[in-house]
Structure formats: structure tokens, C-alpha cells
Design a protein around this ligand. Structure first.
Ligand code: ADP
Ligand code: GLC
Length: 487
């Protein structure tokens, strides 16, 4: 049995702000439990729901030196769907209405604390990992602390680490002096070949330098981040470590996202009966959102964090033009105010065609995946993207820009040989996107049988975890095997 510990800042069903939580919540369930014991460690945020907190059981606590203080570290445990979760408790660090405060320095201190506490907790939980799997900048210091202080201890000797990049844009950067002060990591580590990057300290970079292997969430993104445009200043390092870097495309939880059983949606359907049944969800959503009730009207969905990563500048640019077409647009998202207001504006202007829902709702997101005919995701960059996978699963045809995971998971429609699962365009250009949307409209309205075959193919794709979980297992095997040989 090989022991793997995920250390991450969010995970379904406990806390979620984006796709990272979906991955952390679903991958451990799908790894082969005969050979791997995968457990997850998360912060215990005060903003978690009471229902989730009630699942946790206090295990123990200790005090840890951190940032010139002696801090309380509580450890709690819960078991959900066969996976054991550990929670690091400290109310002064993990308070607030959401996991990330948005204040970079505060967040750096919070997650530096979490990273050190996660390692310090290991001797007390009765579970010694062979490998620690870290996710994104928040846990970038885990491989660093492991190397810098923990590996001197017998229990940690030979323990491996993997760093998975879900989004290279966020790195946890601040001036060296403050970060040294907070983390207690010696000056030796803050040089340009280690934690320093463009004069600042960079937590993700630390993880990328010290992890035994690096993964990211699609093949295309693994290539893209070695170039200056996508590399966010770390393309040089990623090129240098390209032998240790691989792309493994994300899957989604096929039980949670299943149109045949989904408790959130009006009418269940499957690949055989979607022609009759799926549209009933559209009908219900039109009523719910006060859109014109018309089964035949093409409905386009957007479920997203409203940030510039997701291509909302393109949408803003052509929204007036698009609203003159025979379409309805349903948006669910929160984020930057300028995009929230942009969608509110078009909702006001084209009330019976556009529905802007500026909030977070698990339920409405499922209804949108089920109800819409198409799903729009014109990202500027997209490490993997899960929304398009959820759309495919619900027979909702993605319209995407060919970047990162969108390129790897959506096969463009080819009307000549009758292949493809969606529509795509290459350049970050608003009218190129509009042309793709209009091509989709044309097929939807004029060649309904062709459209339905697209839905057939979309629903036949398989983005459950079973293929990708195997790739993670191979990597774990390879790294841990290496460790066992050394011993
Ligand atoms: P990212 O992680 O970059 O935000 P992904 O496509 O990987 O993008 O994952 C986004 C996840 O968050 C999906 O599960 C999507 O359904 C969900 N999501 C995004 N915004 C909302 C919202 N406002 N309400 C409910 N779910 C949302
Ligand atoms: C990030 C990326 C998204 C990816 C998700 C899960 O939030 O933006 O593309 O799907 O992580 O890996």
C-alpha cells in the first residue's frame, strides 16, 4: 500500500471556489484503493457550512512556532465517500467569509502557516505519506519546508512531493524580506534559482523548484506554460524542469454530474432519450429565470468565475450583436465588478433574452448545464477547464477557444466527415468567436439532425477520472518506487 497525502486550499464537498476544489474532491475517490491510500488535508475555514463542520471530529492539537509567535494548530478528521480528510484549525488564520481574502500578503501568511502546519501535523495523525501531492501556490512551500527542515527527521526521510499547477497566474509573490520574516525560511533559499523571482519571493516557484515532479492539468497547458505568453514569468524554470513536468487532463465526478440522477435538475435524461427529455429542462429554466418560454430558442450558458482569464472582454465586445440573434444567454458567475456589471447591463437591456445571475449556486449551475443547448467558454488561457466537461456530459455543446484543456477536450465539429463534439476558434478575437457562435446557431436551427448527432458524440465522450487517475498512479508508483530503491 502506498500512502498519498493531498494538501490543498479547497476541496469538494467542504469548500469550493473553483475547479481546484472539484479535482481535490473527486480524484482521491477514483484512485485504486487496493494499492493507494489517498487522504486529503485542508484548512478548516470558519466559513465552511455547519453541515460540513459537523462531520469533523477533533483529533488533537499542538503549538507551532510561526512568524515569531507560538500558534495553535488543531487537527480534525472526517470521512466522506471513503476518503479520509484532515483539517488544520486555527481560527485567527482561517476566519473570514471566503478562503482567499484577496489581500496577497495576508493570504501568503495564511497559506505559509497552513503548509508548515500540514507537515508538522503528520507525526500526529497516524498516517505517514510516501508522497505529498501539493496543489497550486497556496501549498508551494510544502516541498520547500519538507526539504529545508522536515527531512532531517527520520519520519520524513525520502518522502516525495509533487506540485500540480492548476493555474500559473497566481503565484503568491511578495517582497523577500516580508516572506522571510513570515516563513522563517533562511536567506539561502531566497536566490533566483530557488524562491526568488524577479526580486520578489515566490511561493509557487519554491514548490516548482523543490517538488520531485510537476504536473499540470492538460497536455496543451503543459506545453503552453513553457512559452513567455502563458509562462507568467516562470517559463524558463518550467523549460528547465521539462523532464519532470507532465500534463494529465482533469476528469469530473461522473456520479455528481449525471443527467440521469442529478437531484438539481427538473427532468432526468440520458444519451438515448435526450431528444425528447433534455428540452424540458430548458423549458423549466426559461420559466424560472423569466426568459421567453420557447422550446425552440437556442439557449447558451455561461457558468464561471468572472475574471479576465475566461475571455469576458470578447463577450462584452460582441454582446450587443449577439443579442440581435435568435438566442438566449444565461449567465451564472461572480467575480470582477466590471464583468458583473456588464452582464447586469445586458440583462437590463435585453431582459427576455439575457439572464444574469450574479451569485454562486451549485443548483443553478447544474440546471444550466442540463438546460442549455450550447455552453460558451472563450478563455484567454485555460489550464484544463471543467465546465466544458460538465457540459459535454449533459449534452450541451461547448463553444470554446482552442487553448489549454479546452483544446484537448473539445473536438471541433467537422461537417464534412461528421465528427466533433463542439465549436472552437483559435485567436483571441471577438469576431472570430462570434463567427463560431453563429456557425453553431446555423447548425442548431437549420440542421437539427446534425446538431443532435453532435449531442450524441458529446455525451459519448468519457471524461470520468478513470484514465487520468491511472496516470497519476503511474507517476506515484514511479516516484515512490524510486524512493524505495534508495532506502
Ligand atoms: P476555474 O477553476 O478556473 O474556475 P473550471 O472550469 O475548472 O474553472 O471550474 C469551475 C467550477 O466552478 C465548475 O465546477 C463550475 O460549475 C463552478 N462554478 C463557477 N462559478 C460558479 C457559480 N457562480 N456557481 C456555481 N458554480 C460555479
Ligand atoms: C484552475 C483552472 C482550470 C482548471 C482547474 C482545476 O482553476 O483555471 O482551468 O480546470 O484549476 O484543475
Amino acid at each position: 500500500m502506498k500512502n498519498i497525502l493531498f494538501v490543498a486550499s479547497e476541496g469538494v464537498p467542504f469548500i469550493k471556489t473553483g475547479g481546484l476544489a472539484d479535482v481535490v474532491g473527486s480524484l482521491p475517490k477514483c484512485v485504486d484503493h487496493e494499492y493507494f491510500d489517498v487522504r486529503v488535508m485542508l484548512p478548516k475555514y470558519t466559513c465552511m457550512t455547519q453541515k460540513m463542520k459537523d462531520l469533523m471530529e477533533y483529533k488533537t492539537h499542538f503549538y507551532m512556532d510561526f512568524h515569531w509567535r507560538n500558534e495553535y494548530v488543531g487537527i480534525l478528521e472526517a470521512k466522506v465517500d471513503g476518503v479520509i480528510y484532515y483539517f488544520i484549525d486555527n481560527e485567527s488564520y482561517f476566519n473570514g467569509f471566503k478562503p482567499y481574502s484577496g489581500n496577497v500578503l495576508d493570504d501568503i501568511e495564511k497559506f505559509a502557516f497552513f503548509s508548515k502546519a500540514a507537515l508538522s501535523a503528520i507525526p500526529l495523525i497516524g498516517f505517514v505519506p510516501d508522497l505529498i501531492h501539493c496543489h497550486d501556490w497556496q501549498t508551494g512551500l510544502v516541498p520547500v519546508y519538507l526539504k529545508e527542515r522536515f527531512q532531517g527527521n527520520e519520519l520524513f526521510r525520502g518522502m516525495k512531493s509533487v506540485m500540480t499547477i492548476h493555474n500559473l497566474k497566481f503565484q503568491g509573490r511578495w517582497d523577500v524580506k516580508s516572506v522571510r520574516d513570515i516563513t522563517g525560511i533562511p536567506a539561502y533559499y531566497f536566490t533566483p534559482d530557488k524562491l526568488e523571482s524577479y526580486k520578489d519571493a515566490n511561493l509557487l516557484k519554491g514548490g516548482l523548484v523543490y517538488a520531485d515532479a510537476i504536473t499540470t492539468v492538460s497536455d496543451t497547458y503543459a506545453e503552453e506554460i513553457k512559452t513567455p505568453f502563458y509562462g507568467e514569468g516562470l517559463d524558463g524554470l518550467l523549460k528547465a524542469r521539462s523532464n519532470d513536468l507532465r500534463g494529465i487532463v482533469n476528469g469530473i465526478d461522473y456520479e455528481e454530474y449525471n443527467p440521469e440522477t442529478d437531484p438539481y435538475i427538473e427532468v432526468h435524461y440520458n444519451a438515448k432519450n435526450f431528444r425528447k427529455e433534455k428540452v424540458k429542462n430548458k423549458h423549466a429554466l426559461q420559466k424560472e429565470l423569466n426568459l421567453e418560454v420557447d422550446d425552440k430558442k437556442m439557449m447558451i450558458g455561461i457558468v464561471s468565475r468572472l475574471t479576465d482569464q475566461k475571455g469576458f472582454d470578447l463577450i462584452a465586445y460582441i454582446m450587443d450583436e449577439l443579442c440581435h440573434d435568435e438566442v438566449q444567454i444565461v449567465v451564472l458567475g461572480t467575480g470582477e465588478e466590471r464583468y458583473e456589471n456588464m452582464f447586469r447591463h445586458f440583462d437590463w437591456k435585453y431582459g427576455n433574452k439575457v439572464s444574469a445571475n450574479i451569485y454562486y449556486s451549485e443548483g443553478l449551475s447544474h440546471k444550466i448545464y442540463a438546460a442549455c443547448d450550447a455552453f460558451l467558454m472563450p478563455s484567454m488561457f485555460e489550464p484544463c477547464g471543467l465546465s466544458q466537461l460538465m457540459s459535454l456530459r449533459y449534452g450541451t455543446i461547448p463553444i470554446v477557444r482552442e487553448t489549454g484543456g479546452l483544446k484537448d477536450t473539445v473536438q471541433p465539429y467537422n461537417e464534412y466527415d461528421g465528427t466533433g463534439t463542439g465549436f472552437s476558434f483559435a485567436n483571441y478575437n471577438a469576431h472570430e468567436m462570434l463567427a463560431s457562435i453563429r456557425y453553431a446557431e446555423k447548425i442548431y436551427y437549420d440542421r437539427k439532425r446534425e446538431w443532435n448527432k453532435l449531442v450524441d458524440r458529446a455525451m459519448a465522450t468519457d471524461f470520468s477520472w478513470h484514465v487520468s487517475a491511472r496516470k497519476y498512479q503511474e507517476m506515484y508508483d514511479w516516484l515512490i518506487g524510486d524512493k524505495q530503491q534508495q532506502e
